[in-house]
Structures are given as structure tokens and as C-alpha cells.
Design a protein around this ligand. Structure first.
Ligand SMILES: [Mg+2]
Length: 255
């Protein structure tokens, strides 16, 4: 755990950014979200300044990320690294794992009453933000499904438990991007807020990069910390050379 503010951004960095809880506030339901236009504008400016070396790394699907950030269409890893869109637009995605239908049927038994079962195609997410008292029940059911069906893993996040094919996480996604242009040869920075971001922190630490936790201090592999979404956007704005305007739209810093 660290309480150190990240250093001033350097020109040779590559940016890996979680979305919910990092660039935008977490909503009550995964779809109940709108983002300020300033966010895609900021990311576009960041990408322009860093030769396109910016990727979103999220639990959302890539399709959902692109819809959310339109018209900005970044390199992205969705579903915690299960699927990727490379900087040149190539889609890297595994086949749907056998057994997912059975798991969906099993987990639908606990859905309802504040529990939302989200079908992400290659993975399933069980949200319990609206029924926090049922956390133990959700974690137990998803853990049991991951143990029963070989080749699957469970990842717990903030008020969500996900199940999908084993062998993918945010760290693996970062390593894959770092083998490709325009990320290759740059120093990776990973910014995230949740438990699943720890894989990203560890990956960039191993590469000598910059790991940044967003949110209250907690045990984490991250070496730096920013206290909330606003502080994170301000730091990214500094890197991108934009300052937040009074009406919340970023503008170019005058030089
Ligand atoms: Mg997050």
C-alpha cells in the first residue's frame, strides 16, 4: 500500500486505464451510467500526445466501452482481459467456453430480489449492489460454479462476482499490449480502483512501470495513490495538456 502521489507524467509512458471507479463514478446498475463528454475528450487528447499508447482495461465488454466513450475509439481490453481490441483495430477474442450455458442456468437460480445476472457473452457477472446483504450467498454460488466447472475462474469486484474462462486477467492484457505498437518500448502506467486491478498493478510493477490506485488507501500492490476519480482526471489532464474548464469541458492549455 502506498500514499505517494504519482510523479509528473513523462513523454515515454503508455497508459492503461480502468474505467468504472477510475475515470467515472460507479453507478447503481452497470447500465445506469452516463459519462461527462469531458472524459472521451480528455482521453482523445491523451492519446494524441502519447502516440496512441492509451488502452482502457475494464470488466465491461469492448463494445460497451466503445459505445460509452464514443466518438473516442481506443485500444481496449474488455471482460478483464478476455477480449482485446488492439491499437490498429484487430479483435483478439477466445471462443465461448463450453460450460458457460450450464453456469448461466445455475446462477439464474439466485437472480432477482436485487441480484442482477449480467450476460457478457464470454463471461457472466452477478451484481449485488442493490442487495448487499446477499453478498455471501452470491460469492458462494459463483465460487461453487467456478470449482464445479473446470477451466473457469471467479473474480470478485466491488459488489460484483464474475465467472469466465481461466487464464485471462488485466495483467495478461497489459503484457499483450506491451508486446505491440504503439505500446512497445514505453513505460507502462496502470490506474485502477478495484481488486481485479491488482493484476494490472503487478504486471506494470514487474515491467518497472507506474501502478496507481484510485480511492481510499487499502492493501494493494499499487505504488502510488490518487484519492478519487476527480484527482485521477486532473492528473490525466496534466499528462494530456488539458485543463478542466469552468463548464467542465477540457480545453487545450495555452502555451
Ligand atoms: Mg474499476
Amino acid at each position: 500500500m502506498s500514499d505517494v502521489r504519482p510523479p509528473p507524467p513523462a513523454a515515454d509512458w503508455a497508459w492503461f486505464l480502468d474505467v468504472d471507479g477510475t475515470l467515472i463514478h460507479i453507478a447503481a446498475t452497470p447500465s445506469g451510467i452516463s459519462i461527462p463528454a469531458a472524459v472521451p475528450a480528455l482521453l482523445t487528447a491523451l492519446s494524441a500526445r502519447y502516440g496512441g499508447a492509451v488502452a482502457l482495461v475494464s470488466g465491461r465488454t469492448v463494445e460497451n466501452l466503445h459505445r460509452l466513450m464514443a466518438p473516442y475509439r481506443p485500444a481496449a481490453a474488455g471482460l478483464h482481459g478476455l477480449e482485446r481490441v488492439t491499437a490498429d483495430g484487430r479483435v483478439v477474442r477466445p471462443e465461448v467456453a463450453a460450460g458457460l450455458d450450464e453456469i448461466r442456468a445455475d446462477l439464474s437460480a439466485i437472480a432477482g430480489g436485487g441480484i442482477l445476472l449480467e450476460d457478457k457473452g464470454l463471461a457472466l457477472a452477478v451484481h449485488y449492489r442493490q442487495a448487499p446483504d446477499r453478498e455471501a450467498e452470491v460469492l458462494d454460488a459463483v465460487t461453487r460454479a467456478a470449482i464445479t466447472h473446470s477451466g473457469f475462474r471467479m473474480q470478485a469486484g466491488k459488489m460484483v462476482a464474475e465467472i469466465g474462462p481461466a487464464g485471462f486477467d488485466k495483467g495478461a492484457a497489459v503484457r499483450a499490449f506491451m508486446d505491440e505498437p504503439p505500446f512497445q518500448g514505453r513505460l507502462p502506467v496502470f490506474i485502477g480502483d478495484d481488486v481485479t486491478d491488482e493484476y494490472g498493478f503487478e504486471a506494470v510493477n514487474a515491467l518497472g512501470g507506474i501502478s496507481v490506485l484510485v480511492g481510499p488507501a487499502r492493501p494493494s500492490a499499487a505504488r502510488y495513490r490518487l484519492s478519487d476519480v476527480e484527482e485521477c482526471l486532473a492528473w490525466l489532464g496534466e499528462a494530456a495538456g488539458v485543463l478542466p474548464d469552468r463548464d467542465d469541458a477540457p480545453r487545450r492549455r495555452r502555451r
